[in-house]
Design a protein around this ligand. Structure first.
Ligand code: ADP
Ligand code: MG
Length: 335
């Protein structure tokens, strides 16, 4: 039977890449890192709890991957560069096959971004995974905050909205298993944070956030922090092929629980409020649009202008006929 220290060495210390700026990594009472003087330190932390963020039968590889991916998405939103992380792991038992797959998922993604695992904590209890991600940003480079949106700015979103939500419905058996939903399911389990594109938004975007709780809720955070309102063009919200399939197959009604008082089409309402997308929502002044388009094209990052920031405090959607719909800033909340 593996003891706690063998476990840490075998699955984490011996498998992480090592960076030159880490003076002392896993194995002592704390990690010691040599901070470059011209950089600011950026820190984010996220916890995934079994039964809340992933199901009992989730693949350990995916759990490890996602525990880092959700933090990378926060870094993308801030335009920061990830470099080091710690891992707090609570396990009901010591399963070597589980640990092997989990550490592979976590450390393979870490390697892609040259992140060293510098320490952590291992305890027994209900399965829960906390990754704390640390990184840097040049002192003369601006973080992209939630509070910088100004009336007249354009609202953009990367990629398509609501796919991870569809993936969740497939895994819950509410939507049928079908090839057309494969990429949505993949999106749920292995989200790709927009790290490089997020970094490129420093100095371009006036505000930004990652879409983790649902687009309306997250744009709602920008609006509140910036003391502004927003107007969205509902007919240009980017939806994937899976949504078009749901419409043509007559399955869109499966996306909403109650049919009553629907001011939006079921699929659009779902896509605007489903969580776990890990796309970026950001605002830019219109005069930066050309430069933004060039950056997005060079990085092959799909972006869509979906609306504008205005004075006030409300979010209004405008449908294809010009009708205005008041939008609630609600998304997933634990409490
Ligand atoms: P302490 O009791 O001093 O907090 P621990 O016994 O908890 O130290 O951990 C021993 C070493 O292993 C520390 O350097 C700690 O950062 C590291 N560590 C513990 N658990 C993990 C883990 N899951 N992943 C990475 N490093 C870990
Ligand atoms: Mg400890």
């Amino acid at each position: 039977m593996l003891n706690e220290f063998d476990l840490i060495n075998r699955y984490f210390a011996d498998r992480t890449l090592t960076r030159a700026d880490v003076v002392t990594g896993i194995g002592d009472d704390a990690a010691v890192i040599a901070l470059p003087v011209e950089q600011k330190l950026v820190v984010a932390v996220d916890t995934l709890v079994c039964g809340v963020h992933f199901s009992n039968d989730a693949s350990p590889y995916d759990i490890g991957y996602k525990a880092l991916a959700v933090n990378l998405s926060d870094f993308a939103a801030m335009a920061a560069v990830p470099t080091w992380m710690t891992l707090s792991l609570t396990l009901p038992q010591c399963s070597e096959s589980w640990l092997k797959d989990f550490s592979e998922g976590l450390l393979a993604l870490a390697e892609e971004f040259s992140i060293e695992l510098v320490g952590g904590d291992t305890t027994r209890g209900p399965l829960s995974v906390t990754v704390q991600l640390m990184g840097v940003q040049s002192k003369d480079e601006a973080s992209v905050l939630r509070s910088g949106a100004r009336p007249g700015d354009l609202v953009y979103v990367t990629g398509c909205l609501g796919d991870a939500g569809l993936g969740l419905l497939v895994s819950q058996g509410i939507l049928p298993v079908n090839k057309v939903f494969d990429s949505a399911v993949q999106r749920l389990h292995r989200p790709r944070a927009r790290v490089e594109f997020g970094q490129a938004l420093s100095g371009l975007a006036t505000a930004g956030i990652d879409v983790s709780d649902g687009f309306l809720a997250d744009l709602g955070h920008i609006i509140e922090a910036s003391h502004v309102g927003a107007r969205l063009n509902l007919d240009v919200i980017p939806l994937s092929h899976a949504y078009h399939y749901l419409e043509t197959a007559g399955l869109a009604h499966l996306l909403v629980k109650e049919e009553a008082e629907l001011s939006l089409a079921p699929s659009l309402k779902f896509a605007l409020s489903a969580g776990d997308d890990y796309e970026l929502c950001f605002t830019i002044p219109p005069e930066q649009q050309e430069q933004l388009d060039a950056v997005a094209a060079s990085m092959e990052c799909m972006i869509t202008p979906v609306g504008t920031i205005e004075t006030g405090a409300s979010m209004v959607g405008v449908d294809v006929l010009g009708k205005e719909i008041q939008l609630a800033k609600r998304g997933y909340q634990h409490f």
